[in-house]
Ligand binder design. Sequence first.
Ligand SMILES: [Zn+2]
Length: 193
Amino acid sequence: MNLKIFAIEGNALQATKRWQEMIQEDVQLSRFSGLRLANRLPSKSKEEAESYISTYSSRGGPAIGVEYYLTKPRTARQESKLEKLRQKIMEAQENYEQRKKVIEDKFFYNTKSHYVSCKKCSSRLSKQYLRTFVKGMTCPVCGKSIMTDNNLKSLKRFEDKVSAAGGKYHQGEQDIAKKQITRNTAWVIGGKV
Ligand SMILES: [Zn+2]
């Protein structure tokens, strides 16, 4: 099943007229049984309009036209704001990895005991085995972490900072997307052939 999508600027009448011209030019388009313009509010983006077409079109059916708001590209200032938010995620991620490495290094290299017992399933585990094959502080028997509660709590704080930075980026992206929407619309027409 092949989805064909065409974007046409202008109002419904202009889009319909252009579509009729396109059918004359491209024999493949005449396989659609007519054109149906979706009677709905304009989609917020071209992607959203295409996704509507993909959902509601069927092979042998009419081509579907969906109106959508044209967006303007991000300004340099918006790009740089997003870039800063992206950096924050990477920094938080690095801090998390560093903290994890400190805990693991201490566990693997800074203690005398060669074995450790999993607190969850009581398996006796060789540190050598964990280091070589598991490559981390996870019990291979029950899959739970063998870190102390304090270590886990500390790591959780770093993990939360990564999530928070991710949330801020997502929010920033949404705020900017709202500002990118213009009052002008275009039509995207497509369907399965
Ligand atoms: Zn275990």
